[in-house]
Each structure stands twice: as structure tokens, then as C-alpha cells.
Design a binder for this molecule. Structure first.
Ligand code: NAP
Ligand SMILES: CC(C)CCC[C@@H](C)[C@H]1CC[C@H]2C3=C(CC[C@]12C)[C@@]1(C)CC[C@H](O)C(C)(C)[C@@H]1CC3
Length: 543
């Protein structure tokens, strides 16, 4: 019978999962069944840790006191800012590996002590107001977003049908509730999702490995998204050729959105229920608060799978994303019908091509999604399910919908300028995402040997030159420039086609700060050093 080394209420040092960083935590309880300790961090995060991930606080304190001579703020500052810590790629790997090894408890050398110092300095700051305030805030937030997000989509979809979709016409007239649900629309949404699921499971294309999980395991993903969009395009073209009226999507947009919402809601219920039965090491950090609504919204399980079918990856990359392009295409056909045109307008063609390029690029580089925040860290719950299956297809296509009844003729100079903006944004977006993806997959890739990096205590390094040396999120910058090019073809008569741009700025600013605090936790002083070297977050010289 294993002994319980730590008692409830005891202050100990807990390893942050997936890293070698130790934080001061309080033991809440021990479960003899799972052999796990539930601990609480200073920011209120509760986690379950294995015995080997907990050290007694006394051991750490003794060690830190014995180093107290070298801990003067002046020395600390000079060491962490020293340019010598920014290494060339060739030496950084060795440094990173050494750093990782250095913090292993049983390695008695001076480098270990130096690294341990970093580790101890990365203490979570207690939040102003304490964990209770934060928790109440988060819970209330979850209730709010759960109601607000569907209501907001409904509002947007009602606005876009108006001749004058301005805020002056608020609230837009609500159609009778019984007309919102339509069995045929539900059938179409189900068929589409099943068709995408079939393409996903076909043994075509590469099997890619995800990033290592906390357990060290690497999941395999079938990255055949490009194949899926090509087959989907052929299927849609064949259907149109056979006389299927795709403008049905335009005239039944609200019903299709409601059907997708029902699907995403039922999926989220399933995800929540199954998350209660999976082992703790398969849960995301966060989303395990114990509050049903919060956990349902945020998502609890990191990589929910049915056999090899990865639900999060599938939903993020397939039905909604490819569906968005089909909707755009349907809007082009609807525009021709409504405005008696022989071909779609220039503005409609630009919006269609730009967004198609974005989706095709995402699917072509599908493997890169495996190193993004959503795939690596976030649980799969209502927020992402709704985002992937409703938000993306039905709100990202608003510009095309808007153009159906709001023509905006474009002259040649405007056309050229808009295309140039799109290409610039795309170039920045693609190059920066590929650079980070290549680096994360193979830090010793010879093509990246010229880049400077900062080693971190976790064994991973941070790029500090190249695209990731210009700003901290060059990929967001490129994405925002592209978003501008998607709105410009719609002109300036209404705010509605600019909605995506506004939403996207808010989303990316929020994601950026979420990512910054996550990286601060993971990488500690190395992250501070990166931020001191790369001063701007998204827009060079401005933000
Ligand atoms: N259209 C949309 O609605 C939409 C919405 C959101 C995002 N996006 C796009 O999706 C893509 C992915 O975005 P994301 O939010 O997941 O963030 P991301 O920028 O792809 O990933 C952030 C992660 O990159 C790593 N990283 C950060 N700085 C680094 C550096 N200097 N060197 C090496 N690695 C570094 C860190 O993870 P590790 O260190 O743990 O590897 C960090 O957590 C972006 O292009 C974004 O524009 C699109
Ligand atoms: C307010 C909420 C409902 C917000 C929900 C956010 C999600 C809709 C986004 C979060 C991550 C996003 C994302 C893409 C689409 C939108 C999200 C799922 C993406 C798949 C779009 C294509 C790109 O090429 C991409 C693969 C880089 C991208 C990845 C992130």
C-alpha cells in the first residue's frame, strides 16, 4: 500500500504539467483510487498531480537559500538580459537540452542550480481579488457567452437580410419561431457532416503526428484536408450540373444555421458527458472547474476521440471550414440570380477567391494546425464546437451574403490595390506560420540554422529572429491584413461587412494576451527575455 506523502492543506512544490517548472501549490486532497493529489495553484487553478510531480517545499527553500548570494536583482537582471543568452541556432539546441536536463532534481551541478533559480522565480502571481472572485467572474462569463453567442449569430443573420442593415434598424424583425426549424435543413447539415466524416476516415493522405502530450504520447492525425476539399468541390459541381439549386442555401440560411446550432449543442452535451469518464491526464488544463455550465462551455477533454476519429481536429478543419466555401459559392449563384447577371460581380469573385485561398491553404498545410493553441492546449466543448460548426460557416460568409443584395462596383485601381493587400497579408501569414511549424517539428532543421533562439527551461526554444523576431505574433498580423482585403470589396456603405474585421481584431488581441500569459507560465524568464527583445505584439512599432 503506497504511503500518502503529503497531507491536505500542506504547501508543496507542484510541477506544471508538460513542463519542468515547479510552483507553490496547496494540497487539497489525495484520491487513493486514482493515486492523484488534487492541488490548487496561486491563481486558483486546480489540477490533479501524480506523486512524482510533487516535491516538498522545504527541499526547494533550502536550495534557494543556499544560492541567495547570486540572487541579487542586479545580477538577475544582468544575467537574463545578457545577449549571450540569445544563441545562434547551432548552439541553442545543446543549450536547450542542457537546460532541460539541468532541472532534473538528481543532477548536482551548478547549471542545474542556475536553472532552478529560473524555475523558482516563475511563481504564479496571486490574482487581485483572490481565486473566488476570478471563479465567479469566469462562471458568470460562461453563462453569458453561452446565451450571447447564438443570439449574436441570429442577430447578424437577420441584419444581413435587411435592405439597410444598419444599427439604426435595431432590432431586426424576428421571423415566427416555428419557421426557424426545418427538417430538410437539418437533413442537409447531417448529410454534409457525414460526407466530410467519410472523407476524413478514408485511408488517403498522410498520417501526421501531433505534439507530445503530457503523457509523452503523440497522437496520429489523418491530414487529408486538401483531398477532402477537392472531392467536395467535385461533388458540389456535379450536384449543380445535375440541377441541384444551390441558392437554397441563400434562401434557407437561417434554417441551416439553426440546424447546425442544434448539432453543435448535442455534440457539446456528448463531449461534456464523456469528459467526466476520462482519466485526468487526458483533460485540458482549465475547463475542469466542477461548474457544469463553465466546463460545458470551455471544454474539458483535450483530444476526444472515437477510436482514431479525432472530434476536435475534424470539427475545426472540415465541415465548417469547407462548408464556408460552399456557402460563398452559393452566394455567388444567388447574386447572379437576384441581380440578373451572367457572371458574379468583381467584388463577389474577390471575396470568394480570397476566402477560398485561405481555406485551401489551411487544408494544404493542415499539419500546421497541430502546433496551434486550440489543438495543443484547449479542451473541446461548446465554445469550439459552436465556433467550428456555426460561427465559422455562417458568420465568416457574411461578406458574400451581403454582396448578393448590396452590389459594389469596383474600378481597376481598387481591384489591383485589394489584390495586393491580400497577397501581402497572405505572404506574412503563410511564411510566419510555416516557420514556426517547421521549427517546432524539427528544431535542428538546417533551413532554420540561421535563426537566433532563446533556450527555455522546458527544453523547447523560442525563435527570436526571422518572422518571430519582427513581432510576437506575425501570423496574426498577416491574418489581419487579409481580413482587411476581405472587407474592402464590400465598400463602406454599411458596417456589417466590416464586422469580421472588428471581431477578428478583438479575437486576436484576446488570443494574443491569453497566449502571452500561457507562455509566461511555461517559459518564465526566457519568455520575459523574448518580450524584451521583441517589443511589439502584432503591429510593428504600434501594438
Ligand atoms: N480565422 C480565424 O478565425 C482565426 C482565429 C484564430 C487564429 N487564427 C489563425 O490561426 C493560426 C494559429 O493561431 P494560434 O492562436 O493558435 O497561435 P499560434 O501563433 O499559432 O501559436 C502560439 C504558440 O506558438 C508558440 N510560440 C510563440 N512564440 C514563439 C516563438 N517566438 N518561437 C517559437 N514558438 C513560439 C507557443 O507555443 P509552444 O511554445 O508551446 O509551441 C505559442 O503558444 C494563426 O495564423 C492565426 O492567425 C485564425
Ligand atoms: C467567439 C467564439 C465562438 C470563437 C470561436 C473561435 C474559432 C471559430 C476559431 C478559433 C481558432 C480558429 C482557427 C481557424 C478557424 C476559426 C477558429 C476555429 C482556422 C481553422 C481557419 C483557417 C486557417 O488557415 C487556420 C487553419 C490557421 C485556422 C486555425 C485557427
Amino acid at each position: 500500500m503506497p504511503t500518502v506523502r503529503f497531507q491536505s492543506g500542506e504547501m508543496v512544490m507542484g510541477r506544471w504539467p508538460g513542463s519542468n517548472l515547479y510552483y507553490e501549490v496547496k494540497v487539497l486532497r489525495f484520491s487513493p483510487k486514482s493515486q492523484l493529489y488534487t492541488v490548487i495553484y496561486k491563481d486558483g487553478t486546480e489540477l490533479e498531480l501524480k506523486d512524482q510531480d510533487i516535491k516538498s517545499a522545504t527541499g526547494f527553500r533550502t536550495r534557494s537559500r543556499s544560492r541567495s548570494r547570486s540572487r541579487s536583482p542586479a545580477r538577475r537582471r544582468s544575467r537574463s538580459r545578457s545577449p549571450a543568452r540569445i544563441t545562434r541556432r547551432s548552439s541553442s539546441r545543446t543549450a536547450a537540452v542542457a537546460a532541460a536536463a539541468a532541472i532534473t532534481e538528481s543532477t548536482p551541478n551548478s547549471r542545474r542550480d542556475a536553472k532552478l533559480k529560473d524555475v523558482l522565480e516563475v511563481r504564479l502571481k496571486p490574482l487581485v481579488g483572490g481565486p473566488k472572485t476570478l471563479i465567479i467572474f469566469l462562471f458568470v462569463g460562461a453563462y453569458f457567452w453561452l446565451l450571447f453567442l447564438p443570439a449574436w449569430v441570429l442577430f447578424l443573420l437577420l441584419q444581413v437580410t435587411l435592405v439597410d442593415p444598419s444599427l439604426a434598424n435595431f432590432p431586426p424583425p424576428l421571423p415566427p419561431l416555428e419557421t426557424l426549424f426545418d427538417g430538410q435543413a437539418l437533413g442537409i447539415v447531417l448529410l454534409w457532416t457525414l460526407f466530410q466524416a467519410l472523407l476524413y476516415i478514408l485511408p488517403v493522405g498522410k498520417l501526421s503526428e501531433g505534439m507530445p502530450l503530457r503523457t509523452g504520447e503523440r497522437l496520429k492525425y489523418r491530414t487529408n484536408g486538401f483531398f477532402a476539399i477537392v472531392v467536395s468541390a467535385v461533388a458540389v459541381a456535379a450536384a449543380v450540373y445535375q440541377g441541384v439549386d444551390l441558392t437554397y442555401i441563400h434562401s434557407n440560411f437561417l434554417q441551416l444555421a439553426v440546424a447546425s446550432f442544434l448539432g453543435s449543442f448535442l455534440l457539446s452535451v456528448y463531449l461534456y458527458v464523456r469528459s467526466r469518464y476520462v482519466p485526468p491526464d487526458q483533460l485540458a488544463l482549465g475547463g475542469n472547474s466542477g461548474n457544469v455550465v463553465y466546463d460545458f462551455f470551455k471544454g474539458h477533454e483535450l483530444n476526444p476521440r472515437i477510436k482514431n476519429f479525432d472530434l476536435k481536429f475534424f470539427c475545426e478543419m472540415r465541415p465548417g471550414l469547407i462548408g464556408w466555401c460552399v456557402i460563398n459559392f452559393a452566394m455567388a449563384l444567388a447574386e447572379m440570380q437576384e441581380q440578373h447577371l451572367e457572371a458574379p460581380s468583381h467584388a463577389m469573385i474577390l471575396v470568394n477567391l480570397f476566402q477560398l485561398l485561405y481555406v485551401v491553404d489551411g487544408l494544404w498545410n493542415e499539419e500546421a494546425i497541430l502546433t496551434t493553441m486550440d489543438l495543443m492546449h484547449d479542451g473541446f466543448g461548446f465554445m469550439l464546437a459552436f465556433g467550428d460548426l456555426v460561427w465559422v460557416p455562417f458568420t465568416y460568409s457574411l461578406q458574400a451574403y451581403y454582396l448578393v443584395t448590396h452590389p459594389n462596383p469596383l474600378g481597376l485601381p481598387a481591384l489591383i490595390a485589394i489584390v495586393a493587400i491580400k497577397l501581402l497579408g497572405f505572404y506574412i501569414f503563410r511564411m510566419s506560420n510555416s516557420q514556426k511549424n517547421a521549427f517546432r517539428r524539427n528544431p535542428s532543421d538546417p533551413k532554420l540554422a540561421h535563426l537566433k533562439t532563446i533556450p527555455t527551461a522546458t527544453g523547447k526554444s523560442l525563435l527570436v529572429s526571422g518572422w518571430w523576431g519582427v513581432v510576437r505574433h506575425p501570423n496574426y498580423l498577416g491574418d489581419l491584413i487579409m481580413a482587411l482585403a476581405w472587407s474592402l470589396p464590400c465598400g463602406f456603405s454599411h458596417l456589417l461587412p466590416w464586422y469580421y474585421m472588428i471581431y477578428f481584431i478583438i479575437l486576436l488581441v484576446h488570443r494574443n494576451s491569453r497566449d502571452m500569459s500561457e507562455c509566461r507560465r511555461k517559459y518564465g524568464s526566457a519568455w520575459d527575455e523574448y518580450c524584451q527583445t521583441v517589443r511589439y505584439r502584432i503591429i510593428p512599432g504600434i501594438y
